[in-house]
Design a binder for this molecule. Sequence first.
Ligand code: PRP
Ligand code: URA
Length: 209
Amino acid sequence: MSTLHIVDHPMVQHKLSMMRCKETTTKDFRQLLNEISLLMGYEVTRDLPLDPIGIETPLEKMTGYEISGKKVAIVPILRAGLGMVDGLVSLMPVAKIGHIGLYRDEETHNPVFYYCKMPPDIDQRFVILVDPMLATGGSACDAIAKLKSYGCKNIRMMCLVSAPEGVSRVQETHPDVDIYTAALDRCLNENAYILPGLGDAGDRIFGTK
Ligand code: PRP
Ligand code: URA
């Protein structure tokens, strides 16, 4: 079974509460999501392996460290996942970025696939799959299956707000994928929206409603 990591750092919780508030503007929502993504990126990458490297300071030689072997890829689920990319890129400027396009059918709530583009060496990379909302878990499960079809073996899912239903589904379908979330909310409503949640993340990021 994969591990659910709840990133309960006070800075993250403070910013998330501001995002949940219905009065928060598109500009502020986007900015806060950027900031939280950077902070969460710190936790998601906490145990990346290091290799020793010889370096020379202005005073003497020493052994420093660099991230070993596999490098990082950030993969947002379109659209809302795009809102988490810039924060992670400011932490990891050399990361490559893949994209997976999925939207939820309004009637069935099932994900509909429409786009995928990956870096050529994606199977060699440590993949951080990002989407602010983990609701039924359908989009996350399909996106992880797509990454696995490219040969990805080291995948972590980073979301902002999760529902218990979505967490269970990802853990059952992809027990090798750890989930990092800022909040585990109560449940889904009849339209498969997270309660209390923050509404439609894509619409709030892009100002489309
Ligand atoms: C939202 C969200 C996730 C998905 C979560 O995207 O960003 O991708 O729903 O729901 P699930 O866990 O039930 O699959 P949406 O389909 O609204 O598309 P958008 O990002 O383009 O707005
Ligand atoms: N997608 C969202 O943007 N919000 C939810 O609560 C559920 C799915």
